[in-house]
Design a protein around this ligand. Structure first.
Ligand code: FES
Length: 85
């Protein structure tokens, strides 16, 4: 199982973290990852200046913004799924 945490802190909210959640829900659905990927909200990850706070199985993913979120998170989640399989 891969757990993706999205920061819901105020700095990340301003950068669009609330829009990241439906984007990820769509991605999970499209890739049929519903039984393999869990999405959670999280409080500030102390990474407010490095893009929207996202952790995948506890690993901080840096530089995530709405412009690149789909491609970055697709490849990071896929990579993580390969390591847990
Ligand atoms: S508010 Fe999201 S990392 Fe700080």
């Amino acid at each position: 199982m891969v757990t993706v945490e999205i920061c819901i802190g105020s700095a990340c909210y301003v950068h669009g973290s609330n829009q990241l959640i439906p984007l990820l829900q769509t991605l999970i659905h499209q890739e049929h990852w519903q039984d393999r990927v869990t999405l959670k909200g999280a409080f500030c990850m102390q990474a407010c200046t490095r893009g929207i706070g996202v952790r995948i199985n506890g690993r901080m993913i840096e530089g995530v913004g709405l412009h690149n979120a789909k491609s970055v998170l697709f490849s990071e989640i896929k990579k993580e799924l390969e390591t847990v399989d």
